[in-house]
Design a protein around this ligand. Structure first.
Ligand SMILES: [Ca+2]
Length: 439
């Protein structure tokens, strides 16, 4: 962890001291019971022998899950932290849903892939996605859950063999594109997509192709409606981080000086998030058990992360979209025992979501055929000394949030704010463009 980062900021940003959360798991978890086996019609036959040595890839992406949430995903942390690598300095490159997800799929910064806000999912060139490359290379590909904000529900997903796409994303009784048929499916989002992902994985009993499963939950995005049995689960108390109690914000930009959210609001948001994440942990347990039953735990690359973090009233801010650590940092685990990445180690390299697609292609033995801004995490020789993150003030925000770019270093962070907005016709050269380098 970065514990003493100094922030050198042209536009005023300060380091956010890490607050310790006493999440030792001592608090009781009411109603945490095992669920019924989700794959009821599983054939009894043993899996066919695999001749393709390439690993399966299970990618689990939560929504708006910041760090300091391990209490809710204890079994996930035990599995992937104990039998994998904890990336302690993992970041979103743009702390906003759609740009971050486009960076994950393309391995590119937002100023290169062109999805700068949540309203333009079709700016992403589908040819640049990791699913396109894996699919063409013979992987069986599936997506279950959230794709990109404002993707038309009736539009099928390119480069996936099957999908259960939900848009807009709701917790209960959602509206889905189910392999080309738009329909409502009753039940809790995390459970519905878990079951479909399990069925997809289970088909590897008879289909010997390696598979790529992209599982994207609604949790832990607001409104954070927990599964019914977790509605009243007690969560550990939270003391709040120092930034929550910041009294003098005269060094902050105007939009942050105007932010007035209190500890109580932050603590309540945290409680809601932890409760919905309990269902994600249940799903992860089932993924683990399914992989074990299939004999695929060893040669499946599992990555778990969130599209970005979230502020819990840090500096009075109750959202993402700012260049502060709770907004930028994400939980990130990678496990691949067959590659020797199953030892419970910690990797302190500065990493970003632009590294995910290069990592998946590297694992599959594929050379990228479109440009990447990130690098494979499987290559221990690669180590950056700074990482770019960026964000654009867009039409969703009527009140100004400054556009910004930040360089995250090992112990320092440099942030610049710009008074530009995406949809304004005039502005600095980079404002509103789909492509092009930052100034
Ligand atoms: Ca998000």
């Amino acid at each position: 962890m970065i514990t003493d980062a100094a922030v050198v900021a042209a536009g005023a940003a300060v380091p956010l001291a890490a607050g310790a959360v006493d999440d030792g798991g001592a608090a009781p978890v009411a109603g945490r019971t095992a669920t019924a086996a989700p794959v009821a019609s599983r054939p009894p036959a043993s899996p066919l022998p695999r001749t393709d040595p390439r690993p399966n890839i299970l990618f689990v992406l939560t929504d708006d899950q910041p760090k300091e949430t391990d209490w809710a995903i204890r079994r996930t942390a035990d599995w992937l932290g104990g039998q994998g690598v904890t990336f302690a300095r993992a970041h979103a490159n743009t702390p906003l849903c759609a740009p971050s997800r486009a960076s994950i799929m393309s391995g590119r910064y937002a100023h290169n892939h062109g999805v700068l806000d949540t309203r333009h999912p079709y700016h992403l060139d589908q040819h640049t996605t990791v699913q396109r490359r894996l699919h063409e290379a013979g992987y069986r590909t599936g997506l279950f859950g959230k794709y990109l904000n404002y993707w038309h529900t009736g539009d099928n997903l390119p480069h996936f063999d099957e999908w259960l796409l939900q848009e807009p994303v709701a917790y209960y009784d959602g509206h889905y594109n189910d392999n080309g048929t738009v329909r409502n499916i009753p039940g809790y989002n995390t459970t519905v997509i878990r079951d479909r992902a399990l069925a997809f994985i289970d088909r590897s009993r008879t289909d010997t192709r390696p598979w790529f499963a992209y599982v994207a939950t609604r949790s832990a995005h607001e409104l954070n409606i927990p599964e019914r049995r977790y509605r009243h689960t007690r969560v550990p108390e939270w003391p709040g981080r120092p930034a929550v109690y910041e009294g003098d914000k005269s060094d902050k930009p105007p939009f942050l000086r105007a932010a007035k959210h209190t500890y109580e609001r932050g603590e309540a948001l945290r409680t809601r998030q932890l409760r919905t994440l309990l269902s994600v942990d249940d799903a992860m347990r089932d993924f683990h058990d399914e992989l074990r039953a299939l004999g695929q735990l060893e040669n499946t690359l599992v990555v778990y992360t969130s599209d970005h973090g979230l502020c819990w009233a840090d500096h009075g801010w109750l959202r993402k979209s700012v260049p502060y650590r709770p907004s930028l940092e994400v939980p990130f685990w990678l496990s691949w025992p067959a590659r020797g990445l199953g030892e419970g180690t910690v990797d302190d390299r500065l990493t970003g979501h632009v590294d995910i697609a290069p990592t998946f292609l590297d694992a599959a033995g594929l050379t990228p055929d479109t440009p990447h801004d990130g690098h494979s995490l499987l290559d221990p020789r690669y180590d950056r000394d700074r990482l770019l993150a960026e964000w654009w003030w867009n039409r969703q925000d009527q009140e100004p949030i400054h556009t910004w770019a930040t360089l995250i270093g090992r112990s320092t962070q440099y942030t610049e704010y710009y008074r530009t907005r995406l949809d304004r016709p005039a502005g600095p050269p980079h404002a509103g463009r789909r492509r092009g380098p930052l100034p």
